[in-house]
Design a protein around this ligand. Structure first.
Ligand SMILES: Nc1ncnc2c1ncn2[C@@H]1O[C@H](COP(=O)(O)OP(=O)(O)O)[C@@H](O)[C@H]1O
Ligand SMILES: [Mg+2]
Length: 397
């Protein structure tokens, strides 16, 4: 079929043609927005799940809901080894700009921008490596607000001031944090404390997070009350009906259908993982001669999809690992073959590699930092990428 009309969108953060199976999260968040704008107590939202399940695109869809309601919004992606101060300042400045376009009192807008600037400029020397951003505004930085150097206090102040600017307009501020698990423990704790403070003051600001499956555990470890700050939603593979919708709806706008057994085989291969649904949908479309798409088309396209994923989704990640880390991953792949979710004990990895567990810590930590592996509990590791173990096992044969 015409590749130009191919509707599918495999790729990190690529907006899917149909966001299937996420109505509950969208509805819940719409309620959150109304409640927060009405200054009622409400928890924010944290999304967690493996790579490729659609956290980033859901976060973007939630942001659209806030934008539709004329909220001030901003988004950041946390990185290991980087303070959140500058990225948060950039997100808040974006929100101030959103609000400033509608606000009647320029002085109030400038005052909020000045606090964001003071907050950004307080970046410790050590964190500045190539990161000396400040809001591109002539407004002078405020003094004595958001600039103490204590991240918890500074976040609380800058959040409250930007939230008050939104409150003038009867709306709120939403800050979206992707890859939230990459915020270090101290800063995560400061961020939770600031959210707690903001909600106690009834200031209309929410922080919406997304990250790997261990994010809720990391939040709970950073502050005991984190459990009560957020609604936790696990983003996961799509059930059969929703995976079908993700394929059928975009196709139907191009007047293309699928045979039932084609859909069944696609589900068998993708397991309902959104990234795989898009990847297999895309190549199957290109392989098919006409509508409806048949089982034969799916079978013909499958090796192409596997090859694409082997390069893009799996391969690019494997390449990032050092030789020692690759050995570690192969051991996880072999041991994980027999477990339900692919999680394995680090002690078993050490045994399989004939090494002392302590000597493998650098490899394990490196893989965690690179986002290839995560540890939800002590002594257990698992791939962040679905089907990664299977991919590595086929590489060996
Ligand atoms: N609900 C969904 N329905 C259909 N496709 C989706 C859905 N969510 C995500 N996708 C697709 O899955 C892929 C991965 O999405 P992404 O948000 O980058 O995942 P994550 O952030 O969890 O790694 C993208 O190609 C996206 O278009
Ligand atoms: Mg993502």
């Amino acid at each position: 079929m015409d590749p130009i009309r191919n509707p599918y969108a495999p790729g990190a953060g690529q907006r899917p043609p149909e966001l299937a199976g996420r109505d509950r999260e969208l509805e819940q968040f719409a309620i959150t927005l109304e409640r927060v704008a009405g200054r009622r107590p409400e928890r924010s939202l944290v999304l967690s799940g493996l790579r490729g399940v659609g956290k980033t695109v859901l976060l973007n869809a939630l942001r659209s809901l806030a934008v539709q309601r004329a909220w001030g919004t901003g988004k950041l992606e946390a990185r290991p080894d980087q303070s959140v101060r500058i990225p948060v300042a950039q997100a808040l400045y974006a929100a101030v700009r959103d609000l400033g376009r509608r606000h009647r009192d320029e002085d109030r807008v400038d005052a909020a921008a000045a606090v964001v600037k003071a907050f950004a400029l307080r970046t410790p020397m050590a964190d500045r490596k190539g990161h000396r951003w400040q809001p591109p505004t002539d407004v002078l930085a405020a003094r004595g607000r958001g600039d103490s150097g204590d991240l918890e206090l500074d976040l609380s102040e800058v959040f409250c001031d930007v939230a008050e600017l939104a409150a003038d307009l009867g709306v709120g501020v939403a800050v979206f944090v992707d890859e939230m698990q990459d915020i270090n423990a101290d800063e995560l704790s400061a961020l939770c404390a600031a959210c707690h403070e903001v909600s106690q003051q009834g200031a209309p600001l929410v922080v919406v997070g997304a990250g790997l499956p261990h994010l809720p555990t990391a939040l709970a470890a950073s502050k005991s009350y984190a459990e009560r700050l957020f609604h936790y939603r696990v983003v996961d593979r799509l059930p059969r009906l929703e995976a079908d919708r993700a394929l059928l709806i975009p196709a139907s706008t191009e007047r293309v259908g699928y045979d039932e057994c084609a859909l069944e085989e696609l589900y068998r291969m993708t397991d309902g993982y959104p990234y795989f649904v898009q990847a297999y949908g895309k190549v199957t479309w290109d392989a098919a001669a006409d509508s409806p798409i048949t089982l034969a088309d799916v079978v013909e396209a499958a090796p192409v999809a596997e090859a694409d994923l082997g390069v893009g989704f799996f391969g690019s990640r494997f390449e990032r690992a050092t030789p020692a880390e690759r050995d570690y991953m192969r051991a996880i792949a072999d041991l994980g073959a027999d477990t339900d979710d692919g999680s394995v004990l680090t002690a078993d990895v050490a045994r399989a590699l004939g090494r002392k567990p302590s000597s493998l810590s650098p490899a394990r930590d490196g893989l965690i930092k690179k986002g290839l592996v995560f540890a939800e509990e002590r002594g257990v590791v698992r791939f962040t990428v679905p089907h990664f173990g299977r991919f590595l096992r086929t590489q060996r044969d």
